[in-house]
Design a protein around this ligand. Structure first.
Ligand SMILES: Nc1ncnc2c1ncn2[C@@H]1O[C@H](COP(=O)(O)OP(=O)(O)OP(=O)(O)O)[C@@H](O)[C@H]1O
Ligand SMILES: [Mg+2]
Length: 264
């Protein structure tokens, strides 16, 4: 196997990159694929803390400085492998070595998900350069959409394909920017819509992926459908021929188009 590396990107803090990386990684792993989650947020890492990994001895920082073998810095948390970064890191590291380091373990995984940094710096660039494709996380408000458009443009300049957007923390209120407007302004299809859900916070407090903590929530179903289309499995709940049976959402149609374009 050769892993598909997906960067989870957003140039806005707190939109849900880390929560998304964990939930999507867990959903892909539930489908029987081997997944590695990487903390690419080197200056303010917290992927480990989402998964009950506190102050790991070896981290991505050691790997990037050539002080540790990448396999020695990976922790297996049961079903998911995690490569955390150091919260208390002080010495200098070069984030741009990320791609080369991940190449050593590409054959160990089906998917590598890199949780990105919200800052427009070398860390973000490293994620864009290390990824085969990107998922951009946004929320349906103007400040975030502006930063999403900026992230999309930077990724395009580096020729890293953007698979789609994950619109997170959706309240379904009229004051929110409509999905079609988000797509039109960013030029990127929406592949998943995750409602604002207090269970995300509960899951975090229990160090569990949201998809495991609240497996049958609307958001978890969206993560599972996205996971299925990423690994080329047709979403059982949706088929273009079945249009008359129920009304597909915008993201249902986009996932189908994504699936058809990549796997047919
Ligand atoms: N769909 C959601 N509904 C409610 N809360 C959410 C949702 N998604 C994420 N959150 C919460 O929002 C907060 C920020 O999430 P998270 O840490 O994943 O964002 P981030 O984009 O990774 O942040 P940073 O830019 O700091 O890395 C967390 O408390 C998380 O539990
Ligand atoms: Mg984060």
């Amino acid at each position: 196997m050769v892993a598909k590396t997906i960067g989870i990107l957003s140039l806005k803090g707190g939109v849900g990159k880390t929560s998304t990386s964990v939930a999507l990684g867990s959903a892909i792993s539930e489908l029987g694929r081997k997944v590695l989650l990487v903390d690419g947020n080197l200056s303010a890492p917290n992927l480990g803390l989402h998964l009950n990994i506190h102050h790991p001895e070896l981290t991505l920082h050691h790997v990037l400085r050539g002080e540790a073998n990448i396999r020695d810095a990976i922790t297996d948390i049961g079903g998911l492998d995690v490569l955390p970064a150091s919260i208390l890191n002080k010495s200098k590291t070069n984030p741009l070595k990320l791609r080369d380091k991940l190449n050593y373990i590409k054959h160990d995984y089906d998917f590598i998900l890199i949780d990105g940094s919200p800052s427009l710096n070398e860390e973000t660039l490293a994620v864009i350069l290390a990824a085969d494709e990107l998922l951009v996380v946004t929320t349906p408000d103007l400040p975030t959409l502006e930063m999403t458009i900026k992230a999309v443009n930077i990724a395009k300049q580096r020729d890293t394909p953007i698979a789609g957007l994950i619109v997170n923390k959706v309240h379904n209120k009229r004051f929110e920017i409509p999905l079609r407007q988000i797509e039109k302004n960013s030029g990127v299809p929406v592949l998943a819509v995750i409602p604002h859900d207090i269970n995300m916070l509960r899951a975090l407090s229990q160090y569990k992926p949201y998809t495991e903590y609240k497996a049958y929530s609307e958001g978890s179903r969206e993560f599972r459908k996205l996971a299925a289309s990423l690994l080329g499995e047709k979403c059982k709940s949706f088929d273009l021929k079945g249009l008359f049976r129920f009304t597909p959402t915008l993201q249902d149609v986009n996932r189908e188009i994504f699936y058809e374009s990549v796997f047919q």
